[in-house]
Design a protein around this ligand. Structure first.
Ligand SMILES: Nc1nc2c(c(=O)[nH]1)N[C@H]1C(S)=C(S)[C@@H](COP(=O)(O)O)O[C@H]1N2
Ligand SMILES: [Mo]
Length: 196
């Protein structure tokens, strides 16, 4: 299995400004986790693509499995070191759909109604994966079962849990927290917590 260590773990200023380390992930979400049955679960890839694609859970398991080790930085100032996720790399999507070359941003849609936007250059990055395992087992319900996006270089509200849709967009558009005052990008080293 291919192993990726996020470059953020290797920075000299590994802990971003205004953050402190915690022992474990703290569960944060807009509601209780949705109930999900893998037999009926579907992942939709749509928007600015030549042909939209709908994936089953078996399709997801057929992609090359990768392991990502990455620190996790929450905008509420806690950070967790060396979290281990397993799943598939975002580049798998490029094999499935022809993406409009003018795409600027991606909106992630989740089963709890949550959305979050990620600029295309942050989305297609070396350390961005869709994870279905956390440490030694399937992702627990509270942490995003069955599938979550992990974007280590941005605050963790961008690491959407319970992912069911990936929408490619020509213009960036704010998601759930971005509409409610969170920063449109969210770089922890620039302390892009809230929009002014
Ligand atoms: N679908 C969904 N994803 C989400 C959220 C949410 O409410 N719904 N909360 C975000 C926020 S604000 C944080 S800090 C992290 C928390 O991840 P954890 O509960 O696994 O620690 O998930 C992010 N992803
Ligand atoms: Mo958060």
């Amino acid at each position: 299995m291919k192993r990726i260590i996020s470059p953020i773990n290797l920075r000299e200023d590994r802990l971003p400004p205004g953050q402190h380390w915690t022992e474990r992930l703290i569960i944060l979400g807009i509601s209780d986790p949705p109930e999900t049955d893998l037999k009926s679960y579907r992942l939709k890839i749509f928007g600015e693509v030549e042909e939209p694609v709908v994936l089953t859970w078996d399709d997801i398991l057929s992609f090359e499995k990768v392991e990502l080790v990455a620190d996790f930085h929450c905008v509420t100032r806690w950070s967790c070191k060396d979290v281990v996720w397993r799943g598939f790399h975002v580049n798998e999507l490029k094999k499935l759909v022809k993406i409009n070359p003018n795409v600027k941003s991606v909106m992630i849609h989740s089963l709890d109604g949550y959305t979050t936007n990620v600029p295309i250059e942050y989305f297609f990055d070396e350390d961005v994966i869709f994870a279905y395992e956390l440490f030694n087992g399937p992702i627990p319900a509270d942490n995003g079962y069955p599938l979550r996006l992990i974007v280590p270089k941005l605050y963790s509200w961008k690491s959407a849990k319970f992912v069911a849709g990936i929408e490619f967009m020509l213009e960036d558009r704010p998601g759930f927290w971005e509409q409610r005052g969170y920063h449109i990008l969210g770089d922890p080293w620039k302390e892009q917590r809230y929009s002014d």
